[in-house]
Design a protein around this ligand. Structure first.
Ligand code: ADP
Length: 159
């Protein structure tokens, strides 16, 4: 049976921290579905289709990788996609609390689906989409933290 993993997130926008996780999980699974959260109750800077588009633009080798947006419960989406794994990245201790809660809840909803956690790379440990948005909005630079195409999109958005 093919090992399919969902890598869910806001990706508002995608950063090199996300890309590093994607690069590392490519070798662990047969197929990866990058699932862009389109929760209507959350407010995003970019629309779901913009976020999907930006991810597609920056994937060097997209073999075995799909990108799409989803709404509703993540486990239901994983079931629909035939995925038995969910991937999440861990940075600071604060990520752990939230992820632990989500894991316990998702396990209740479907005990067959396993969530796999990857530790961030040191250079990306304080990198988040929010801090990137903040810096670009204030006219700062973010060398080696986001792809150039993403930086361009952010600058366009804030101008
Ligand atoms: P969410 O709103 O679901 O947390 P994000 O786009 O912020 O969406 O993050 C998606 C996933 O990527 C999460 O598991 C998050 O921990 C992980 N992630 C985000 N930034 C990094 C990073 N710099 N290093 C490692 N993992 C990261």
């Amino acid at each position: 049976m093919a090992k399919i993993a969902i890598y869910p997130g806001s990706f508002d926008p995608i950063t090199n921290g996300h890309l590093d996780i994607i690069k590392r999980i490519k070798f662990l699974f047969d197929k990866i579905v990058i699932a862009v959260n389109d929760n209507p109750l959350k407010s995003f800077l970019f629309t779901a289709s913009e976020r999907v588009e930006m991810i597609k633009e920056v994937l060097n080798d997209s073999s075995g990788i799909e990108v799409e947006s989803f709404r509703g419960l993540l486990v239901r989406y994983a079931e629909k996609r035939g995925a038995r794994f969910i991937v999440r990245g861990l940075r600071a201790l604060s990520d752990f609390e939230y992820e632990f809660q989500m894991d316990l809840m998702n396990r209740k909803l479907n005990p067959q689906i396993e969530t796999v956690y990857l530790m961030t790379r040191q250079s990306y440990s304080y990198l988040s989409s929010s801090i990137i948005k903040e810096i670009i909005k204030l006219g700062g630079d973010t060398p080696s933290l986001i792809p150039d195409s993403v930086k361009k999109r952010l600058q366009e958005k804030f101008n």
